[in-house]
Design a protein around this ligand. Sequence first.
Ligand code: HEC
Length: 143
Amino acid sequence: MLMLSACSEPAALGDDPRANPRDAGKVALGARVYAQNCAACHGAKLEGQPDWRKRLPNGRLPAPPHDESGHTWHHPDNVLFGITKNGLVPPYAPKDYESDMPSFGGKLSDEEIWSVLAYIKSHWTSREMLGARAQMTRSAGRQ
Ligand code: HEC
């Protein structure tokens, strides 16, 4: 059974303590990293690009929102970390998948990547969404 409302509850399986959205220092660092590296595509308010569900003429997908209206929250933290560090490559996407999502491994430290995830996660507050995420990421330990 999962209790999702109070701050003192243990994190769900998909949550990594390194991306703790209640760590103010991490969230502040993450906000700076986000503004400099992610906002241009994912939006200053995490709103994503317009019509983000519709493929561009070149067949690629626009940048999705990172707020609750997107699907970033469907993924456990370790997957979000891997996508941000390595880009949409296997195991996160099929081999030869073409995407405009860059890989940040050469640009950001692991600490900066975890912090930007903490910042993104600090925008996920509704009980319904957090409950759904806990369900969806239940098997996160195996990924
Ligand atoms: C040049 C534009 C661009 C920048 C800059 C960018 N992204 Fe992305 N990102 C994308 C696009 C486009 C996608 C969707 C790719 C796809 O599905 O093919 C994406 C997808 C993602 C996903 C997967 C979301 C999901 O629901 O599957 C994550 C996580 C992500 N980006 C995180 C970040 C973070 C964190 C940063 C900043 C450190 C960042 N992105 C910077 C374009 C960008």
